[in-house]
Design a protein around this ligand. Structure first.
Ligand code: R5P
Length: 256
């Protein structure tokens, strides 16, 4: 593997245990001022010491995150639609690779929408982004299965995740499901799990625990951290599950 690409990946998925806690705050790119993300400086910046990397858009990175903060950046580079549309799949590459490099991104992220009417567009966008990333050693995180109506089961998710890997993604983010090991076992690159809509802290920790137990390389969690009543404690608990091997119960008991 290319040195730069490998080096950047190791900033995200920590070589000591091949796991990661990625803090996702990119929701505004299609959801606008999501609850908990209205004021990034006060709600998110205090969480950064506990995250392995930060996933966000260039607009929020430039305006809200001090460049001196030492956190690897996973830059969301796809966009083009909003929650006002019934179909979220009409996305394109919205940031140049040169700008991602200027921002010192450790990886770039793009969504694909397998089974949607814009399936082809997303898959080709991913392949093009991988080509551009390979030119400079920038890994691509493919995000799969975002959207309202779909059956997020092992059959669908293994299809979506495998297609992302086949197109050259270095990491794939998807949702947790029953038989999740099937999704991971048929994907040749690390899979990380999104948290999804806010649930109870214990439930979100159980999701993280089951995900890593069944082969995920960690989580890319947003709302279940920044919408928690105790976001710092919650991210510490997620870390304890992902990196220290605590059960959800143990992490909840010791951190929350
Ligand atoms: C969705 O497209 C966004 O990329 C989010 O980053 C992702 O869903 C993870 O955040 P959450 O844990 O809130 O679902």
């Amino acid at each position: 593997m290319d040195y730069g690409l490998k080096n950047r990946l190791s900033r995200i998925i920590k070589p000591k245990d091949n796991r990661t806690v990625m803090l996702a705050i990119d929701h505004g790119y299609f959801m606008g001022p999501t609850s908990g993300l209205e004021d990034i400086k006060s709600s998110i910046v205090p969480l950064l010491p506990y995250a392995d990397s930060l996933m966000l858009t260039r607009g929020i990175l430039r305006s809200q995150v001090d460049a001196a903060i030492d956190i690897p950046i996973v830059l969301r580079v796809s966009g083009g639609t909003s929650i006002l549309k019934d179909d979220l799949s009409d996305e394109d590459i919205a940031v140049s690779m040169e700008d991602a490099i200027r921002l010192n991104a450790s990886a770039v992220a793009l969504s694909i929408f397998i089974g949607s009417k814009n399936e082809r567009q997303g898959v080709i966008n991913l392949a093009r982004l991988v080509d551009k990333g390979n030119r400079y050693g920038i890994p691509v995180l493919a995000v799969t299965a975002v959207g309202r109506e779909m059956t997020r089961d092992a059959r669908y998710l293994s299809l979506a995740v495998r297609i992302a890997a086949e197109m050259g993604a270095s990491i794939v983010k998807t949702y947790y499901c029953d038989d999740f090991e099937r999704v991971v076992d048929t994907c040749p690159v690390p899979v990380i799990v999104a948290g999804g809509k806010k649930t109870g802290e214990k439930q979100a920790l159980e999701l993280a625990y089951n995900a890593v137990k069944n082969g995920a390389a960690g989580v890319d969690m947003g709302r279940n951290i920044f919408q928690s009543g105790k976001p710092i404690n919650m991210i510490m608990a997620v870390r304890a599950v992902v990196h220290d091997g605590l059960t959800a119960e143990e992490a909840y008991g010791t951190k929350l």
